[in-house]
Design a protein around this ligand. Structure first.
Ligand code: ATP
Length: 242
């Protein structure tokens, strides 16, 4: 059976010289795949290419049987791909509730009723009680962890099947990072959500991931199940710095 996301021979970058070279990877439904690697390895570039923000120079990206080459970002969202970029992208001048409604805006065209919107938001608040208590707070009044939860929550309003998540632990205390990782694991287990998780925090990422992909200078240096990768001291020393 083919994976939910299948990437083959992906080459991409910002100018003449590619950052990613011939990248192959796959994410199955209900799987968490961690993308690991040093600074500048190309992790963020990979997510930006997969979510359609950067056009690939070569290779194939197939999501649920649909070849994504040339597909507009809006259609990708409708098809079930959500991207939470590094830095989170919360609108700091809007309230928590308004930020979450933005996540469902694209559905309005389908005459999604207010009641459905309320149900979708209630589900997010149930998942993230920390932001439920702050519905009317502005984005800039939230802590880093709350902003990260809001950014993930906003992506989930669109009911994606694949979440592309860039460095959710960035700048967060270990306790909050652990809480967010636990939430991702629960979401995978309860809803079958697939996650491609870019993380500098290798131990945290591997603690919830099913598989790991190690990028080095834009190439895949290793693809293994997460437990094997965590136990591979040579690989860890060579590419992951511990
Ligand atoms: P980090 O862990 O530091 O976030 P990363 O693995 O996510 O790193 P990328 O951000 O994908 O790496 O960067 C990979 C390479 O692409 C780097 O050499 C970087 O300088 C280059 N790069 C990133 N963004 C741009 C851009 N907008 N224009 C040109 N080059 C860029």
């Amino acid at each position: 059976m083919s994976a939910l996301l299948q990437v083959e021979g992906l080459t991409a970058g910002y100018g003449a010289a590619p950052v990613l070279h011939d990248v192959d990877l796959a994410v199955g439904a209900g799987r968490i795949v961690a993308v690991l690697g040093a600074n500048g390895a190309g992790k963020t570039t990979l997510l930006r290419t997969l979510s359609g923000l950067l056009p690939p120079a070569a290779g194939r990206i197939v999501f649920d049987g649909l070849d994504l080459r040339g597909v507009k970002v809006e259609r990708m969202v409708r098809h079930g791909i959500a991207h939470v970029p590094e830095g989170r992208g919360v609108v700091t001048e809007l309230t928590v509730d308004e930020n979450l409604r933005l996540g469902g805006l694209w559905k309005r065209r389908e005459r999604r009723r207010r009641r459905e919107e309320k149900t979708a938001l209630d589900e997010i608040y149930e998942l993230f009680p920390a932001i439920a208590d702050r519905k009317n707070h502005l984005g800039h009044q939230l802590s880093g962890g709350e902003r990260q939860m809001l950014a993930i929550g906003r992506a989930l309003v669109a009911q994606p099947r694949l979440l592309l998540l860039d460095e959710p632990s960035l700048g967060l205390a270990p306790r909050i990072t652990a809480q967010i990782m636990g939430l991702l694991r629960d979401l995978r287990d309860r809803t079958g959500l697939a996650v491609l998780l870019v993380e500098q925090n290798v131990r945290s990422a591997l603690s919830i991931a099913d598989e790991g992909v190690v990028l080095n200078l834009g190439r895949v240096a290793a693809r293994q199940d997460a437990a094997t990768l965590a136990d591979d001291a040579d690989l860890r020393h060579a590419y992951l710095g511990f």
